[in-house]
Design a protein around this ligand. Structure first.
Ligand code: BGC
Length: 753
């Protein structure tokens, strides 16, 4: 079996015979071994993790501790830290002979028990911990990452990371594989829901806060997929081509900010190639930029099956191959013995793994399986979704008041079942259901029907799936209001052909809206969709993949118990023809698979995508090309209104933009006040870029003065010749307002290098 096929077997594991420690005695029990076990077997032996060592002194720095351990290690022990041991559930004969050592996650790395170094137990955990049903555990599904980005809220991002970090540990994991931050170059990318939108400053700031707080729970944090894995089509074969300046100012800037804020223990290199070299053997990416320029001290872990060589990958800066040891096991040992990889280079890889183990607290705080705080985590999931659902249109119908609504038609293929979630390795299992297979569509209960019934007890709530648009229209006609729950499913391993709602949902919405103009559309999508019916409906709420408490949060917004505040972290274009690349570029026949990549013996991409729009990603592209969009970046409505005044710009090392926001409506609410800058013409940049924001909570009628400090880098350009960031002296325009296309305040300031 090929490795790529193998790792797709994830989630197919059956319960294995493992062992655990009861009162210090090793017993055989059903289930998986955990890192809590202070004892584990290794290479056929049971060895006690010896914690009586000078480096167990937590007052020493992670670097000192890592160096002390490194000096004691044999070559075999060093190699053990640099590769995975397969995935639980794989057939024994093709991989790690001791799968019971794994915790049921995506992979694990052996420890060094005699030196007190634990195993690293990794789990996918983009919007919650994966495979919980398979492993007989529980996980909360938070709203999709793109939804969390719509909150523009660093505290919400922190709460998000905290829930995942705690639940990982409760399930016996000490490393997350979450932290996706590829910016949305193409909204058809099937993993858009796992990422944080199209702007590098917004995405980087949020992923940084998310992973910082996740790591604070004593798990190794990870930021991925480094870099330019911006489409799933042919992701293992594609060469993504981009010029360096554009790269540094767009995709890489998101990673740079995330790494600076979170100081993650790990960064995952992606499957694709970048400018001719696969990301996991790309010296520019791994060493020149990540390790040298950004000073990243953690380790680089390959995406699953993303390693293609031993000597080249090691020299480029890959530290850990996952999920197996094809290149970083026996082959790496042989290369060291033959002098093709120096001991210093090997030690650098090992030191980085050890350092992250100490820095992230997994040595000092062994995991201990426990029951998750289910209620508390669900509460967090609900609050985040309430801050993440974006109200895109409201002609005054919302909020729905109980008094005015006596009958509600609720329409949609799954509105009687639950809320949609995103697929692939990010998938979280729904409670009370078997583990989701690869790319299964999973709906999280409770159903919107049930939650609406509970919220409007005096109203008649009737459901129609919409399978027959005419019958749905009849129900809508006979009801006070109609709410259509429309979805679009996306997943890792696929891209969307287009941005239309699937399974004839546009037709259903048209029919329902024609029958009753009081139609509200709730969108459960992982990315932008087109809305040919927009003019005909009364309201649209983009709920994204809304998580375990999605239905409750959405109904709280519809009923007005919660005032929406979210803003789009990505542009919704009118049509795919407006995208920088109207047609997705896909591999040709015979261009996919390991064989195609390895044709020459040295891995080579088989086709390329040229990102010639460069740093003009999302709104920067539509602005520059003067294309009218459906909904702009940064857009979102509230049940109240806000006014902006009094802009002042204080230029300096850190430029400060000050202004006043007033809640001019009758409800309390939050406004995300956005600050954009236009650089001097000589900088050769798109018309404007987001440089900061502030989320302001205001009671009805209240005003607040807001100061937004702008990082100098966000006002700079990347000077490729000088290899660094440079502020271009000249006149800058600062614009402030509630969306990238509604910026009532503007002022100029001269900035000097
Ligand atoms: C995905 C990663 C994931 C890994 C382990 C890969 O297919 O690209 O994001 O962490 O599998 O499941």
């Amino acid at each position: 079996m090929k490795m790529n096929e193998l790792w797709r077997l994830r989630g197919k594991a059956s319960a294995a015979v493992g062992f655990c420690v009861l009162g210090g005695i090793v017993v055989v029990c059903l289930g998986y071994a955990t890192t809590v076990c202070a004892q584990h077997r290794m290479h056929g032996q049971q060895v006690k993790e010896d914690r009586n060592h000078p480096w167990m002194n937590a007052s020493l720095s992670p670097d000192e501790r890592a160096n002390m351990v490194l000096k004691e290690m044999t070559l075999d022990e060093k190699i053990d830290l640099l590769h995975g041991m397969g995935m639980p559930g794989w057939p024994r004969e093709v991989q790690n002979p001791e799968p019971e050592l794994g915790n049921g996650g995506a992979g694990f790395v052996l420890g060094v028990p005699r030196l007190g170094i634990p195993m690293i137990q990794m789990s996918d955990a983009a919007y919650g911990v994966r495979s919980s049903a398979e492993n007989g555990r529980y996980s909360t599904a938070l709203p999709a990452n793109v939804a969390a980005a719509a909150s523009w809220d660093t505290e919400a991002a922190c709460a998000y990371g905290t829930v995942i970090g705690k639940e990982l540990r409760a399930q016996g994991y000490n490393m997350t594989l979450g932290g996706g931050v590829n910016i949305t170059r193409d909204p058809r990318n099937g993993r858009t829901f796992e990422y944080l939108g199209e702007d590098p400053v917004l995405a980087g700031t949020l992923v940084g806060n998310l992973i910082k707080c996740e790591q604070a729970q004593n798990v190794i944090g990870d930021i991925k997929h480094y870099a330019l894995n911006d489409q799933e089509s042919g992701r293992n074969e594609v060469d993504a081509i981009i010029d360096k300046r554009a790269f540094r100012e767009s995709d890489l800037l998101a990673f740079e900010i995330g790494v600076r804020i979170a100081q993650p223990g790990a960064v995952m290199c992606s499957y694709n190639s970048v400018n001719g070299d696969f990301a996991c053997e790309n010296k520019y990416l791994l060493t020149d930029v990540l390790k040298k320029d950004w000073g990243f001290k953690g380790f680089v872990v390959s995406d699953w099956g993303g390693t293609h060589s031993t000597v080249k990958a090691s020299a480029a800066g890959l530290d850990n191959e996952e999920p197996l040891d094809e290149f970083f096991g026996a082959k790496l040992k042989a290369a060291v013995e033959a002098g093709r990889v120096s001991m210093a280079e090997l030690d650098d890889h090992v030191r980085r793994v050890l350092r992250s183990e100490f820095a992230c607290g997994i040595v000092d705080h062994p995991t201990q399986k426990s029951v998750a705080d289910v209620e508390g985590d669900l509460e967090t999931a609900r609050k985040i979704e309430e801050q993440s659902a974006v109200l895109l249109k409201n002609n005054g119908l919302l909020p729905l008041t109980s008094a005015a609504v006596r009958s509600i038609a609720i329409i949609g293929p799954h509105a009687n079942e639950g809320m949609m979630s995103g697929g692939g390795s990010a998938q979280v299992d729904a409670p009370g259901r078997p583990s989701a297979g690869w790319q299964a569509q999973v709906w999280f209960p409770p159903s919107p029907v049930k939650v609406l019934e509970a919220k409007f007890p005096a109203a008649s709530v009737q459901f129609d799936s919409g399978a027959n648009p005419a019958s749905a229209a009849t129900l809508a006609k006979n009801s006070d209001v109609a709410i259509v729950f429309a979805y679009q499913w996306t997943s890792e391993g696929m891209d969307l052909e287009n941005l239309s709602l699937p399974v004839k949902q546009d037709e259903i919405i048209e029919a329902v809206a024609a029958a009753n103009p009081k139609t509200i559309v709730v969108l459960e999508t992982g990315t932008a969709v087109t809305m040919p019916w927009l003019d005909k409906v009364a309201a649209v709420l983009e709920a994204w993949y809304a998580g375990s408490k999605g239905a409750d949060a959405v109904v709280n917004i519809l009923s007005g118990d919660t005032n929406p505040s979210a803003k789009l972290p990505m542009t919704f274009p009118k049509n795919e023809v407006d995208l920088p690349h109207p047609h997705l570029i896909k591999p040709g026949p015979g261009q996919t698979g390991e064989a195609a990549v390895m044709k020459t013996g040295e891995a080579k991409p088989t086709f390329s995508v040229k990102y010639d729009e460069g740093l003009k990603v999302g709104y920067k592209y539509y602005d520059a090309e003067k294309k009218v969009v459906l909904f702009p970046f940064g857009y979102g409505l509230s049940y109240t209104t806000f006014a902006y005044s009094g802009l002042k710009v204080t230029a300096g090392r850190e430029t400060v933009v000050s202004f006043t926001v007033k809640n001019t409506g009758k409800r309390d609410g939050a406004e995300i006040a956005e600050v954009y800058a236009a650089l001097p013409a000589s900088a050769g940049e798109p018309p404007k870029r987001l440089v900061g924001w502030s989320k302001v909570w205001l009671k009805a009628g209240e005003s607040k003065d807001v100061n937004v400090s702008i990082d100098e880098k966000y006002l700079s350009i990347f000077d490729e010749a000088a290899g660094g960031w440079k502020l271009v002296s000249g006149s800058y325009a600062f614009m402030v307002g509630g969306s990238s296309e509604e910026l009532p305040l503007s002022a100029k300031a001269d900035l000097k290098q």
